[in-house]
Ligand binder design. Structure first.
Ligand SMILES: [Zn+2]
Ligand SMILES: [Zn+2]
Length: 885
């Protein structure tokens, strides 16, 4: 048999095995007729941005997806996991903008076409980084089907969807208040606006009546917007303003007068009860202006500078500079009545952190309600199921207040909107192919709409555009709907909800049957990772230090549905130790295997009647573990799966079974052969069970064991075998384990050399127990280091002994000749005295009414726990002392 290296070196085998899998085409769906004959399992990757770098969120959700993909593949399902990347409109454009900046250039200077060429060049050079990182993570994606949201086929799908929605009246173009980012110079979605609590001011300004006779006071946090006021509104039933409605007021700092109008949206209790109306710079005001007929007046340009619609002194000023000037001028003119500190939420751009400006502009929108209704229904009827289930209510809550989706962005990198403006008649022609003439007047002076689509527009189509839609491809009919989507909660609305809407509308079926929403990976203290906090953990560094398998096992073991994952490196060290434990167990098995020829099949398990008690037991435990692993995966309990394999391998297989098998192994002959067969068969099954979590080490070891096939990745996933469940063996081994543990404890309490062979006496009235102990004398001798075992009628005549009780049985270790009994008695008495003094201190505290009245409950609980532990220790030592006579 081949040997394994002394220590497991992840970096030595990871890229080797990944290349092996690619060479064999393991990840390619439907690779042969037999695979195609099986039930499909399909999944789309949440496409990372091409600007992205693997972070802990990716590490978590791609590990979990890979576990599912590998598990289904090993179960024989025709498994498709589609990878790909997102062109990430704003993010990518900003990267190339910065490159240009370094060269002293701007986007406008190089022009749109050249700019877009540059972005493609950037993409070709750097856009594949995240893909290579996913490969390092071991992701078993079908790279032959890799997609990119801006590739021609997917762009065709985007056009088709746009045109159909437009033809169905579900896409329209209109003037509306949008969230405008003056930094990115584009509209952004509500979801990209991050509210930040900000200490600002509330300014109260007096607007004098135009014909004299009083003032109306209005308040604002953004005084620069007053230059765009086109009216003042009061509540129609507000007594204070009776007679004002219909009159005009003078807008300070300008030579304009504006009307006072009545509208019931004004809250009388709030402030002065009068509000300024700035239709072009506030969403509520825009709606009010629509009802009252006030015209909008845009006073800023797209970079947030005051434009030519304001008086000359303010033109060209940045909005915040203008604010200062306007406040000073209002003060000088006597219009500023009050300034008070005001804490309020100010929206910031998710990308560039600029303060977002509500801004009137002409944009394209999706009429969302008809699409939303169908999606809500699909979730309510269980056609899409969420794990954890509580996300359904978040989903419904958001869908309940959804409003039309602004899909146009003023960017150059993205899907340019397939709409052409006629320069002659202003008609808009929407078409799949570039039209040669205006569909209204027939002239050919057409210019394509300069805007591109929101990046989320193309990713909403991802589950079917990646499969070839709008063409009726074999992949589309075979793999849609996909089986499951695994993603983070932060894109529940950006992405999950929109995929459901688009899938239902265009495919008449949900895009996935199940959604598994992962928690958030946090730092060890439970804090959110952020660049500003400096607590970001880089998964690639963890891979370099501890290996991919250890990182993946950590992710799986911590992935409790509905919980975040506080990641401590110590925990990962524990799982790296687990990989070493597996490695060492495999080395032991291989070293004891003798010399089977390479390429041999696994030896058959011994016949049922010939199995020893430990063999029956380990096979029974294995089968139970296999059952729990299958059930865990069905329920997305990756944590339970990982922990079940961990416990079995570390504690049952390594700590107990390997030790118990040694006597048979060293005995030679048939016993040894049978023992080796069980050892290697159990190990091989554990490797297959563990492969979805730890693909590399399992392949490395599996290749050294007798095996059939070219890779463990295509070996069958073990299923539990009810015929192997053997309750009597579990009971009997539990008894042996208890006896061994007691003997070990007694050794420790009495400071007996762990290597010293001891005699063990036992007394029981239960013949079955006696039969188990006597039948396992050789095992007990090996594992507990005994020199003999004897059943006696009474234990009290055996002289000085260390004694203990196990279920249904008393045991004793004669100590004459083993210990200096007098010295040991003195030592025990000293220890008991010391612990008793300690315990009295705690007991006093716990009977002190003052302490009990003042201390926090958790402190009192802790005191009680310590006291209890001390009492138990004292009792144990006292028993040991008594047993010494
Ligand atoms: Zn921005
Ligand atoms: Zn025309």
């Amino acid at each position: 048999m081949p040997e394994l290296d002394k220590a497991f070196e992840p970096s030595r085998c990871e890229s080797h095995w990944y290349a092996h899998w690619l060479r064999l085409g393991v990840f390619t769906a439907g690779r042969d007729a037999t695979a195609r004959a099986r039930a499909p399992f399909s999944m789309v990757i949440p496409p990372p941005n091409i600007t992205g770098r693997l972070h802990m969120g990716h590490a978590l959700n791609n590990t979990l997806q890979d576990i599912l993909a590998r598990w289904h593949r090993m179960r024989g399902h025709d498994t498709l996991w589609i990878p790909g990347t997102d062109h990430a409109g704003i993010a990518t454009q900003m990267v190339v903008d910065r490159e240009l900046q370094k060269e002293g250039l701007t986007r406008e200077q190089v022009g749109r076409e050249a700019f877009v060429r540059r972005v493609w060049a950037w993409k070709e050079e750097y856009g594949g980084a995240i893909t290579a990182q996913l490969k390092r993570l071991g992701a078993s994606c079908d790279w032959s089907r890799e997609r990119f949201t801006l590739e021609p086929r997917l762009s065709a799908a985007v056009r088709e969807v746009f045109v159909r929605l437009y033809e169905q009246g579900l896409i329209y173009r209109d003037k509306f208040i949008v969230n405008w980012c003056p930094g990115c110079r584009t509209a952004i979605s509500d979801l990209e606006v991050i509210p930040e609590e900000t200490a600002g001011h509330l300014y109260t300004i007096a607007y004098p009546a135009a014909e004299g006779g009083g003032v109306i006071e209005v308040a604002t946090t953004r005084p620069e917007t007053m230059l765009g006021d086109t009216g003042v509104a009061v509540h129609p039933e507000d007594e204070r303003y009776r007679g004002w409605v219909g009159r005009r007021v003078l807008l300070p700092l300008t030579n304009r007068t504006i009307p006072v109008v009545a509208d019931t949206f004004v809250e009388r209790e709030f402030g002065t009860g009068a509000v300024k109306i700035t239709p072009a710079h506030d969403a509520n005001d825009f709606a009010a202006a629509g009802r009252t007929g006030l015209p909008p007046l845009v006073v800023m340009d797209e970079q947030g500078r005051m434009n030519d619609n304001v008086p000359p002194p303010y033109r060209g000023l940045d909005r915040f500079e203008a604010r200062k000037r306007i406040v000073a001028d209002l003060q000088a003119g006597g219009f500023l009545k009050r300034v008070v500190d005001h804490l309020h939420n100010v929206g910031h751009c998710q990308r560039c952190n600029s303060v977002v400006e509500p801004y009137l502009s002409t944009q394209w929108f999706v009429r969302i309600q008809p699409l939303a209704d169908a999606a809500v229904q699909a979730v309510a009827s269980g056609r899409v199921r969420f794990t954890p289930e509580h996300w359904v209510s978040s989903f419904n809550e958001w869908m309940g207040k959804i409003h039309d989706w602004c899909i146009s962005r003023q960017l150059w990198w993205g899907h340019q909107i397939p709409a052409w403006h006629c320069l002659a008649c202003a008609h808009i022609t929407v078409a799949r192919e570039t039209p040669s003439a205006c569909s209204a007047c027939g002239r050919n002076e057409l210019r394509q709409d300069p805007d591109v689509l929101d990046t989320w527009f193309s990713s909403a189509l991802w589950p079917f555009s990646t499969l070839g839609w709008p063409e009726a491809t074999p992949d589309l009919s075979r793999y849609y709907p996909t089986t499951v989507l695994v993603t983070g909660f932060d894109i529940l609305f950006f992405w999950i909800a929109r995929m459901i809407m688009m899938g239902l509308h265009f495919m008449h079926d949900v895009p996935f049957r199940e959604v598994y929403i992962t928690g958030l990976v946090r730092d060890a203290a439970g804090q959110k990772m952020s660049k500003t906090r400096g607590n970001v953990i880089d998964p690639l560094e963890l891979i370099d230090r501890h290996g991919t398998d250890a990182l993946r096992f950590t992710m799986a073991a911590m992935a409790t549905p509905g919980s975040d994952l506080p990641l401590a490196e110590e925990r990962m060290l524990g799982y790296r130790a687990f990989a070493n434990k597996l490695w060492n167990a495999a080395r032991f098995v291989l070293l004891n295997f003798g010399d089977a020829p390479p390429g041999a099949a696994l030896p058959a398990l011994p016949e049922r009647g010939h199995r020893t008690l430990p063999e029956r037991w380990i096979l029974s435990r294995l089968s139970r573990m296999e059952e729990s692993v299958g059930a865990s995966l069905e329920a997305f309990r990756f944590d339970d799966m990982a922990n079940a394999i961990y416990r079995f391998l570390w504690h049952e297989y390594c700590d107990w079974y390997l030790e118990m098998a040694k006597p048979a192994l060293f005995a030679g002959g048939r016993e040894a052969e049978s023992s080796r067969a069980v050892l290697v068969n159990v190990l091989e099954r554990v490797l297959r069970l563990l492969h979805p979590i730890m693909p590399f080490i399992t392949e490395e070891i599996w290749q050294k064991l007798p095996h059939q096939g070219e890779t463990i990745a295509l070996a069958a996933y073990p299923q539990s075998d009810a015929a192997l469940i053997d309750e009597p063996s579990e009971r009997q081994i539990a008894l042996l384990m208890e006896v061994v543990t007691r003997v070990r404890n007694l050794r420790a309490e009495l400071n007996i050399d762990p290597g010293r062979r001891l005699r063990l006496l036992y007394h029981t009235s239960d013949d079955a127990i006696a039969a188990t102990l006597d039948g396992s004398a050789a095992i007990l001798a090996a594992v507990a280091r005994l020199e003999g075992l004897a059943r006696v009628d009474r234990l009290d005549q055996e002289g000085a002994c260390a004694r203990a009780v196990v279920a249904g049985c008393e045991i004793a270790i004669p100590l004459a000749g083993v210990l200096d009994l007098d010295g040991e008695r003195r030592r025990l008495q000293r220890d008991i005295d010391k612990l008793s003094r300690e315990e009295e201190g705690h007991a006093r505290k716990l009977s002190n009414a003052d302490f009990l009245g003042k201390a926090r409950p958790e402190i009192i609980d802790k005191e009680r726990r310590i006291d209890q532990e001390l009492l138990e220790k004292i009792a144990r030592l006292t028993r040991t002392l008594q047993s010494l006579g």
